[in-house]
Each structure stands twice: as structure tokens, then as C-alpha cells.
Design a binder for this molecule. Structure first.
Ligand code: APR
Ligand code: PHB
Length: 410
């Protein structure tokens, strides 16, 4: 088989890349190790930044999102059981958010792919990336008992944190940065009306979060120790604990009901650099993980794909490799900004086991500062909203020009 771009992984990063490339006249094949049903069954975050909403809309993926999603302007922080404050992102930076589940985005992406007859090879086994630092890379895998070889111009590694693409970068080139947090999130999805705002709670019993998927679907989380067993958490225990972590008025407003999904996720920050080796480019969770505080994971996957599709379109359009050469640096600037923001919010809002009274006072002082300073709120609003995409300025040729002028002057 032969294609222009071989995409490993049919998560949101891989499927969106294939859609955006198709719309720019570039052919791709997606190779996924699991079944489509498995990919569609994963429940993940669901808060989309303005930039993500814009990318989805401008690529024909906004119709259902605009019909079913819930636009909102910011988020609330409450602490120590007291009434909290609202970070009004729309007021400070003019951007909004959309509550729309990743599961729905994944459905929309498969539907769009089916409409255009796109190729997604699911249940591929033993996927291998070969000769990625040459002009003729290829992907080898087994499918339905047969060995398949896919020749391509480029490989996009969109295969998540546990995928094979990142591991194809030689250890002498790859740098990894990691932070593991000493707790997890216990999440519940329930068919109950959510609170009107997303509300983050810092409480002596631990962090809690109230979020939403739609007017009849709520998502809640509790900070729990890493050794927590899900079987120990009946719905009743979950709701009781959740309400204890919110101030009275909000606790009374939470509508409880049977959970339709319950899971525990550990919290981790991880970044791999560079996001490119030869003709292989990483995008999404394959290159970086953020703790869920701030809901940046999916948004980062979308921004990587935005930069990568633009760079590939430039390459196939006018032969210029400059944006491809700048892809890793450009994507990583936005990645580190989100990594920093989600690390900051994680530190601000959780109770860390073994923290000292000094740490506790410093955290409270930070919350107090945020509550009382419009400048602090504006700064958080800007980071929570996510950075704008960088313009496609061809800095490489600008630098070349500057060098040429300097040489001529000598
Ligand atoms: N070969 C082929 N496919 C693979 C392989 C492999 N060796 N390893 C993993 N995959 C597939 C997974 O089965 C999964 O479907 O790659 C896909 C990766 O998808 P995601 O993990 O959803 O990652 P990504 O598309 O980058 O999306 C990032 O998802 O995990 C959340 O918080 C994250 O919201 C963010 C978003
Ligand atoms: C979610 O809705 O799942 C969600 C919302 C906000 C976060 C994290 C997750 O910070």
C-alpha cells in the first residue's frame, strides 16, 4: 500500500489530522490497533477552547457541536467551604468555551471520515515504524493474519501516551520531562442536570470538580489517594463526599442520580522533545500528557494537528519544508504553556499528602490573591483560555535573509 501521510492512531488527534489533510487535498491512511467500538467507548474530558471550536467549525465538524454543546464564559473556584469567585474569561480575553464531550467529537470524526470514504485500518497488530529518518519511511503491521507494508512520504505518530511512535525516536535524541502527582481523580458521569458553571473546589477533604456534557449530562470528579479501589465507591458514597467538598449552597444545588460511568485516572505531566524525528511527527498524547485540571489534553491535540496540517499543506503546496522544520518548536511553545497552566491549577486546587502548614498557608494566600486581584484573574483567564495559534511566519527564511544581508555587508 502507498499513501502520502501514514497516521498511527485513530484517537481525536489522528482522525482530525486525516480530516484536515483530506480538506487540503492530501491523502492519508489511519492505522489503529483497537476496534472502532473501543475507540468510541472512551469517556474523556469535554471542555473545548475557542481555538479548538474554531478549528472544528472551519473543517466542517461544528454542526452537531453547535447544536448540542453548551457554550460558557469561564469557571468558578471555591475554597475552604466559602463562596468563591468566577474567572470571567470572556470579559478578560474575549474568548468563550464549549462543553462538548470528546466522545461526541470522536463520533463526529468517524462520521465525517465515512462520508468521504477515508481509510481507517482498525485492529492492526504489531505496528512498526521503519526508516523514519529517510525520504522513504514506511509502516509495517499485521492485520487479519497478513503482514501489511504501507509506504508513505510522512508518518504522523498520533498513537497516544502508550503508542510506538515516540519510541521510534532514538534515545540519544529524545528528551522526556515528567511529573507524577500523588493522587488520582475519581470521575462519575450521570444523567442529571449539571450546575450552571464549571466549579473547581479546594477543600480540606481534597479537590472536587463539577462539570458538564449537556443540559442532561453531568461530569463530577473527586481527588482520591492513588491506592483507591473503585469498588469501594458506591454512588451514594460518591455524592456524599462530593457535597461535603462544596459550600452549602452549591452542594444543595447538585442533582444526584445513578452513575452511568465511573473511573479513576492518575495525574501526570509529561512532555517529549523534539516532536519530530526525520519524517515522523508526533501529535497529541503521543508527545505530551497534562493532568486533567484545566482540561487541556484534547485542546493540545487539536493545536498540534492544526500546526502539522498547515505545515504539510505548505510542503505539498509549494515544496517548502520550513513549517515542517519549525513544527516541533511551534507546537512545544503551546504545549509548555498548557503544561504550566495545568500544573499551576493542580497545585493551586489539590491537597497534597504530607504538605506542611507553610505550603497550606502559601496556597491559601494564592487563592486569596486570585479572589481579590483583577490582574491575577485576567492572567489566569488568559492562560485558561489557551494561547492563540502562531502565525505561519516563515522565520527560517527571515533568518536566512538576515544572514545573507550580514554576509553581504562584510
Ligand atoms: N498502533 C496503532 N494505534 C495505536 C497504537 C499502536 N501501536 N498504540 C495506541 N494506538 C491508538 C490507541 O488505541 C488510540 O486509539 O492510538 C490512539 C491514541 O488516541 P488517544 O489516546 O485518544 O490520543 P490523542 O488522539 O492524542 O488524543 C488526545 O485524548 O487522552 C486524551 O487527554 C487526552 O484529550 C486528549 C486526547
Ligand atoms: C470535564 O468536563 O471532564 C473537565 C472539565 C474541566 C476540567 C477537567 C475535566 O478541568
Amino acid at each position: 500500500m502507498k499513501t502520502q501521510v501514514a497516521i498511527i492512531g485513530a484517537g481525536p488527534a489522528g482522525m482530525l489530522l486525516s480530516e484536515m489533510l483530506h480538506q487540503r487535498g492530501i491523502e492519508s491512511v489511519v492505522i489503529e490497533q483497537r476496534s472502532r467500538e473501543h475507540v468510541l467507548s472512551r469517556i474523556r474530558a469535554g471542555v473545548l477552547e475557542q481555538t479548538t471550536v474554531d478549528v472544528l467549525r472551519s473543517n466542517g465538524l461544528g454542526e452537531r457541536m453547535d447544536r448540542e454543546g453548551h457554550p460558557h464564559d469561564g469557571m468558578k473556584i471555591v475554597w475552604s467551604g466559602k463562596e468563591g469567585f468566577f474567572i470571567d474569561v470572556r470579559r478578560h480575553v474575549g474568548k468563550r468555551f464549549m462543553a462538548y464531550g470528546q466522545t461526541s467529537i470522536q463520533e463526529d470524526l468517524f462520521a465525517a471520515c465515512d462520508r468521504r470514504g477515508g481509510v481507517v485500518l482498525t485492529e492492526a497488530e504489531d505496528v512498526r515504524l521503519v526508516d523514519i529518518d529517510t525520504k522513504r519511511p514506511r509502516v509495517m503491521f499485521r492485520r487479519r493474519g497478513e503482514e501489511v507494508r504501507l509506504d508513505c512520504d510522512f508518518i504522523a505518530g498520533c498513537d497516544g501516551f502508550h503508542g510506538v511512535s515516540r519510541k521510534a525516536i532514538p534515545p540519544s535524541v529524545l528528551r522526556e520531562f515528567e511529573k507524577v502527582y500523588p493522587f488520582g481523580w475519581l470521575g462519575v458521569l450521570s444523567e442529571t442536570p449539571p450546575l450552571p458553571d464549571i466549579v473547581y473546589a479546594n477543600h480540606p477533604r481534597g479537590f472536587a470538580l463539577a462539570s458538564m456534557r449537556s443540559p442532561q449530562l453531568s461530569r463530577y470528579y473527586l481527588q482520591v489517594p492513588l491506592d483507591t479501589h473503585i469498588d469501594d465507591w458506591s454512588d451514594e458514597r460518591f455524592w456524599d463526599e462530593l457535597k461535603q467538598r462544596y459550600p452549602r449552597e452549591l452542594a444543595d444545588a447538585i442533582v444526584t442520580g445513578p452513575s452511568i460511568e465511573k473511573s479513576i485516572a492518575p495525574l501526570r505531566s509529561f512532555v517529549a522533545e523534539p516532536m519530530r524525528h526525520g519524517r515522523m511527527f508526533l501529535a497529541g498524547d503521543a508527545a505530551h500528557i497534562v493532568p486533567p485540571t484545566g482540561a487541556k489534553g484534547l485542546n493540545l491535540a487539536v493545536s498540534d494537528v492544526f500546526y502539522l496540517s498547515r505545515a504539510l499543506a505548505a510542503f505539498y503546496g509549494n515544496g517548502s519544508p520550513n513549517l515542517l522544520d519549525r513544527y516541533s518548536d511551534m507546537a512545544l511553545r503551546r504545549v509548555w504553556s498548557a503544561v504550566r497552566t495545568s500544573w499551576y491549577l493542580t497545585n493551586l486546587l489539590h491537597r497534597f499528602p504530607g504538605s506542611s502548614e507553610f505550603d497550606q498557608r502559601a496556597q491559601e494566600s494564592e487563592l486569596h490573591y486570585l479572589q481579590t486581584s483583577i490582574h491575577a484573574q485576567a492572567a489566569l483567564a488568559e492562560q485558561y483560555a489557551g494561547l492563540d495559534f502562531e502565525a505561519a511566519v516563515d522565520r527560517v527564511s527571515a533568518e536566512d535573509d538576515a544572514t545573507a544581508i550580514a554576509v553581504a555587508a562584510r
